[in-house]
Design a protein. Structure first.
Ligand SMILES: [Zn+2]
Length: 300
């Protein structure tokens, strides 16, 4: 079986495989600022320009590879864009000049479903808020034909913004350690082996946050598709939900130093100060919810 795959793998006349090792790709991405060196688009191909792949004799060298969007890649391949011009842009990548790369999520339905770890949100204007500041929100459209639009400010475990979504357009800073767009996924790392955020699109109706780990306003949130949603709050309380569904209402998950509200429903650890908060409740279903409070042992 493996021999068969080997035979099918494309190699050039010197026997060098078309497939570029992951570590070489990572060096190229970081050098180019995670986008096409000519226009800065976050969707790209890895292009051998010095030498071209056909003349590559030994192995893939990061310095001879650059990033080109499908449009500029096509121009290069069909001879409308010269190697000299590609070299010029490679030396001064557009994304680094812009300081960000961006692209649009295809969420072209009236009401997208947003899955964060094992939590599903539908038609909820504020999906998650930290101390009354929305982290992920949907702008619900009044118009029948117009889709709701998603916006978010996502941070890493250091509290630094790693990705912003502005009305379905995502933007990643070139200051990130790595931002890899491959197939339907965006993967952001803050260090070589530290994945902070993975977003997968399932166009046109779903957006899946496969992994988030972020710290902001003293609130730590971590979740992935394979684990429970875990939070720790500034008051020492931790909160974990294996999975859940929230539909409608005004605020999906409200997290603050005073407590937690889910789907507009106050949970037991809320203090009296939180109770006057009027949130229109939606429908919510939570599985295996648990709390611990290191500062208040009677409530455990
Ligand atoms: Zn381009």
């Amino acid at each position: 079986m493996s021999k068969k795959i080997k035979k099918l793998k494309y190699v050039n006349k010197y026997g060098v495989s078309r497939s570029i090792p992951a570590e070489v790709k990572q060096i190229v991405r970081r050098r180019c600022g995670f986008g096409c060196v000519i226009c800065g688009l976050a969707i790209y191909h890895y292009e051998h320009f010095d030498p071209v792949f056909e003349n590559l004799k030994v192995k893939h060298e990061p310095n001879g590879i650059t990033l080109l969007c499908p449009n500029h890649h096509q121009n290069k391949t069909s001879g409308r864009l010269s190697v000299e011009t590609v070299k010029k842009f490679n030396a001064k990548p557009k994304a680094l000049e812009l300081g960000k790369v961006n692209d649009l999520f295809d969420l072209d339905v009236k009401s997208p479903t947003v899955k964060i770890g094992n939590f599903t949100f539908k038609d909820t204007p504020v999906l998650i808020q930290f101390e009354y500041e929305p982290i992920i929100k949907l702008e619900l459209s009044e118009e029948e034909e117009q889709p709701h639009l998603l916006s978010a400010t996502l941070r890493d475990t250091n509290g630094d913004i790693v990705l912003e979504i502005d009305k379905n357009e995502w933007k990643s800073s070139t200051m990130n350690w790595d931002c890899k767009v491959e197939g339907p996924r965006i993967v952001i790392r803050s260090a070589p082996k530290k994945v902070e955020l993975i977003i997968r699109t399932e166009p046109p109706s779903n957006l899946v946050f496969e992994k988030i780990s972020m710290l902001y306003k003293g609130i730590f949130m971590v979740c992935s598709e394979n684990m429970a949603f875990n939070f720790s709050l500034p008051n020492g309380m931790t909160f974990s939900v294996e999975s859940g569904e929230i539909e409608g209402g005004e605020v999906g998950l409200h997290l603050s130093s005073l407590g937690v509200a889910v789907g507009g429903v106050m949970l037991e650890y809320l203090t009296d100060e939180m109770k006057p908060m009027k949130i229109k409740p939606g429908k919510s279903k939570l599985n295996k919810l648990s709390f611990t409070n290191t500062t208040d042992s009677d409530k455990v």
